[in-house]
Ligand binder design. Structure first.
Ligand SMILES: Nc1ncnc2c1ncn2[C@@H]1O[C@H](COP(=O)(O)OP(=O)(O)OP(=O)(O)O)[C@@H](O)[C@H]1O
Ligand SMILES: [Mg+2]
Length: 495
């Protein structure tokens, strides 16, 4: 079953409608592993009428097989849109594609692709669509895999940018890599609307759990459902894992205690799906940047205590800050760790808890002990799920939300390499937002620093500076000089 994702589906549908009207919009769906990217894209595909080929690049080994698979999906979808009888399983070789293309009267084009290169594919697809009178949204899942093909982005951009009949929805779980692909200086900068996928909203997560449990004949209270949401943070894969565990345990009526037990079993014992998932993500992420045991050591330090500064981490490791700074740069590239205001945090709070606890080797038997279970849950809720950073992030989110309501600018958090902004929006120009949520006014230096960062990253941009406690006189002058829009809580109605 599929729950909601209304907002995201709407973005996809309206991009599709734009293409039909002749103004194409590309979309990038970005989010961590198993958060529901593929599910969302396939749901859209199921709802959309017309030519919507889907390709998962994870399974594509080399450029030749990419060209074949791409052509195959495109032709198959066109044939279906034209209500021709065609089976996907009957399209296994270039000869099969040539036969189908003859029926579509595009055999010359398909032959050219077969004997040609990636350039030929992108060039010729437009005339295939033209001739068959179709427009297509091509979904490319796990798009970051194209980085394995040298020059792919440049070629794709150069040839498809001006094509009227095709738009792309791309998706990827390596958040940093996807942002890199879409960053300034790279060919795709400014060409994609971004949709960041997070956990499900509360009511959707609860609906998913409720229906899953009730279908299996398991009764559940509202308070147990809310607990499932709270512990899983709405991550659909976690919700389903907890429900499956509850069903397998054979409970008839689920109480809060059962949820605690099922959740911790999933998270902390080797038979758990969440455990397996986190272990996979952890190893995969580290393999991208792994440089030795020190990286793991740093992660273990942060698992115990988050929000440390470089100097504090260096002190704990008894190593020079210069060296530790390099380790941290590697870790930032893994998606495991994020930096905010010079401090380092885990990107995923459950990953942090998992790491801190699995090194202790918790066993199933221990989880059956009520007291131990209670202590763990208490620690999880008090230390891991409720951290200070959340407060800061929540405030930034409130400001972005208000900016959307009042100015119609859809700011998203932005991070590329070491550069971070509280909000960036791409439209006719680049919009950048700074949020200072402090009890003293923003200073000249705060504003100066912001301007420097914006210039360095984007050259020119429309700048907004929100400060909870207003601005010093000097800061105001600089804002006026630089044309920065100053905002205070009363401007946004957020006091
Ligand atoms: N909106 C939803 N409603 C119900 N279940 C969902 C929803 N979104 C995701 N799921 C479930 O969560 C799991 C993960 O979803 P999916 O495979 O789409 O994630 P993904 O982001 O594509 O993951 P990956 O990064 O591994 O490719 C699946 O079991 C899916 O059924
Ligand atoms: Mg997927």
């Amino acid at each position: 079953m599929f729950v909601n994702r209304r907002v995201e589906l709407k973005v996809l549908h309206s991009a599709y409608e734009s293409l039909m009207r002749g103004e194409k919009v590309n979309v990038a769906v970005i989010g961590p592993r198993r958060i529901g990217k593929t599910e969302l894209l396939l749901k859209f595909k199921g709802e959309a009428q017309g030519v919507v080929p889907y390709l998962n690049l994870q399974r594509i080994g080399n450029l030749e097989s990419f060209i074949f698979a791409y052509t195959r999906e495109l032709l198959y979808e066109i044939a279906r849109a034209l209500e021709m009888k065609v089976e996907r399983s009957g399209l296994l070789t270039w000869d099969d594609l040539l036969i189908l293309s003859a029926k579509l009267d595009v055999d010359k084009e398909v032959k050219a692709i077969k004997d040609g290169s990636l350039e030929t594919l992108f060039e010729v697809q437009e005339s295939i669509l033209e001739k068959t009178g179709q427009k297509a949204v091509f979904i490319l899942d796990e798009f970051q895999e194209v980085l394995n093909f040298k020059g792919f982005l440049e070629i794709m951009r150069a040839l498809t940018e001006k094509q009227k009949n095709i738009a792309y929805f791309i998706s990827g779980s390596a958040v940093r890599m996807m942002e890199g692909i879409l960053a300034p200086k790279n060919p795709f900068f400014g060409q994609f609307r971004r949709v960041y996928l997070k956990g499900l909203p509360k009511e959707d997560a609860i609906e998913l759990a409720k229906i899953t449990l009730e279908r299996a004949g398991v009764e559940v209270t509202q308070s147990a459902l809310e607990l499932i949401y709270k512990l899983t943070q709405g991550h659909p894969f976690y919700v389903l894992a907890v429900c499956r565990r509850l069903i397998e345990e054979g409970f008839e009526k689920i109480r809060r205690r059962d949820v605690h037990y099922a959740f911790l079993t999933e998270l902390l014992t080797e038979k758990g799906d969440i455990y397996m998932h986190l272990e996979y993500v952890f190893n995969e992420s580290l393999s991208r940047a792994y440089k030795g045991p020190v990286h793991k050591q740093i992660l273990l330090i942060l698992a115990q205590e988050e929000g440390l500064r470089l100097s504090e981490i260096a002190r704990r490791l008894n190593k020079p800050t210069g060296e530790v700074s390099n380790y941290l740069k590697f870790l930032l590239r893994t998606d495991l760790v994020v930096r905010q205001n010079e401090r380092y945090y885990f990107a995923d709070k459950l990953m942090r808890f998992w790491l801190a606890k699995t090194y202790l080797g918790i066993t199933e038997l221990e989880l059956r002990r009520e007291k131990f279970l209670e202590e763990l849950i208490k620690e999880l809720e008090e230390k891991y799920l409720r951290v200070k950073k959340e407060l800061g992030l929540a405030k930034e989110a409130v400001v972005r939300e208000k900016m959307r309501e009042i100015f119609g600018i859809d700011f998203k958090p932005y991070r590329r390499g070491d550069v971070e902004f509280d909000g960036v929006a791409f439209g006719d120009k680049v919009y950048v937002l700074e949020v200072k949520w402090r009890s003293r006014p923003a200073t000249y230096r705060d504003v100066e620093e912001f301007v420097r960062k914006v210039r360095g990253e984007f050259g020119s941009a429309e700048m907004f500076f929100f400060s909870k406690s207003g601005f010093t006189e000097k800061a105001k002058e600089l804002c006026e000089k630089e044309g920065i829009r100053m905002l205070k809580p009363e401007d946004l109605g957020t006091r």
